[in-house]
Design a protein around this ligand. Structure first.
Ligand SMILES: Cc1cc2nc3c(=O)[nH]c(=O)nc-3n(C[C@H](O)[C@H](O)[C@H](O)COP(=O)(O)OP(=O)(O)OC[C@H]3O[C@@H](n4cnc5c(N)ncnc54)[C@H](O)[C@@H]3O)c2cc1C
Ligand code: FES
Length: 334
């Protein structure tokens, strides 16, 4: 009761701002409503990869091994959200992620090359569940090592063999020896790691669940090999599959944001809206987490993964803006 009276009194005194606004003003990490993180250290862990150590704010609710997190970066006056695998254990004092700068990649280049201790980042909730039970065979390529680090450091795996492939220097090369797993390094300069290599490297691979994260070609080759061998396989993708789409696109009206964007038939509504200045919710950005959903109140969109058309005429149609593109002019309530 006393807390209620105090809360009402504080609200009365601080209106129109909320007490949380004052807390966030004093220290952005104290906000209970808006999760944020501050960069406390950066460390190069590969030719184009930097590990960021982050102090999380009080609104952070923790994570499980194998999960990823959305980081928000302010660039050009707008906040851009991208997803990164968590590489620290849930019990660690700080959260770590490792970001590889991709060519023409705005957020990855900023985080890997420009971010410095003291910088403040937006922080989404932990999401995803890249994991499996029983003996594991982990196969990673390049920056695909990150979810494996999170799983192994998090103590979630009792029996694991890790085959990590990279060109020349390996991402996180210095950290591989400390992992609770049998580790094989493969140098892909002389040729890609192939499923046929597994019989020599991991003779009992058919009795293990396969976890794969790396370039698209690696994901395809090893998930196909697993299916052929009747081995369970879990894949973590950093990029969505190539879009299936036809048509000319159209204009997309975001009613809540008051933004109108022009989009072609292969650009996700989320990207088109953000490019036009809308602040839109997003998480995984590849159709998994449903953070980005909005009601389609007019027109039609096409699912970029399946090619299926969804039209507002069908009734209460909720679309994932990260995997839907305009199929003519459309209106989304976001
Ligand atoms: C579940 C999940 C976990 C992830 N974990 C990590 C991680 O631990 N470390 C990490 O570095 N990244 C990770 N990513 C990828 C990350 O979210 C971004 O997509 C990546 O950093 C590129 O963002 P950008 O803004 O720099 O590029 P964008 O501006 O989005 O794209 C610029 C160009 O780069 C291409 N591109 C986009 N992503 C990639 C990519 N992954 N590889 C090569 N080219 C790309 C685009 O097609 C485009 O041509 C993860 C993604 C997901 C979905
Ligand atoms: S952002 Fe995760 S489903 Fe769209």
């Amino acid at each position: 009761m006393i807390a209620g009276v105090l809360g009402r009194a504080t609200r009365a005194l601080t209106t129109p701002l909320l007490p949380d606004d004052y807390l966030a003003f004093v220290n952005p990490l104290w906000s209970l409503r808006t999760p944020r993180a501050r960069v406390v250290a950066t460390r190069p862990v590969g030719p184009a990869t930097t590990e960021l150590t982050l102090r999380t704010g009080v609104a952070w609710r923790g994570h499980r091994p194998g999960q990823h997190v959305g980081l928000g970066v302010d660039l050009g006056g707008r906040r851009h959200w991208r997803t990164y695998s968590i590489t620290s254990a849930p019990t660690d004092e700080h959260l770590t992620v490792s970001v590889t700068a991709v060519v023409d990649g705005s957020v990855s280049t900023h985080l890997a090359r420009i971010a410095r201790p003291g910088d403040l980042l937006g922080l989404g909730p932990a999401a995803g569940g890249f994991t499996a039970d029983g003996p594991l065979l982990m196969i990673s390529g390049g920056s695909g090592i990150t979810p494996m680090l999170g799983l192994l450091r998090g103590g979630a795996v009792a029996d694991a063999v890790l085959v990590h492939s990279g060109r020349g220097g390996h991402v996180h090369a210095d950290d591989l020896a400390d992992l609770p797993a049998t580790v094989h390094r493969h140098d892909s300069t002389g040729g890609h790691l192939r499923p046929a290599d597994l019989d020599d490297l991991v003779p009992d691979w058919r009795s293990r669940t396969m976890l794969v994260c790396g370039p698209a070609g690696m994901l395809d080759a090893f998930s196909t090999a697993a299916t052929d061998a009747g081995v369970p396989c879990v894949v973590e993708r950093f990029r969505p599959p190539e879009p299936v789409a036809t048509g000319t696109g159209g204009t997309v009206t975001f009613t809540t944001s008051g933004v109108v964007a022009t989009a072609d038939a292969v650009t996700p509504l989320l990207r088109a809206g953000e490019d036009a200045g809308a602040l839109l919710p997003s998480g995984c950005r590849m159709g998994i987490c449903h953070t980005c959903v909005g009601r389609l109140s007019a027109g039609a969109v096409r699912n970029l993964h399946t090619g299926e058309l969804e039209t507002a005429d069908e009734g209460d149609v909720i679309v994932r803006t990260c995997v839907s593109a305009a199929a003519g002019d459309c209106v989304v309530d976001l």
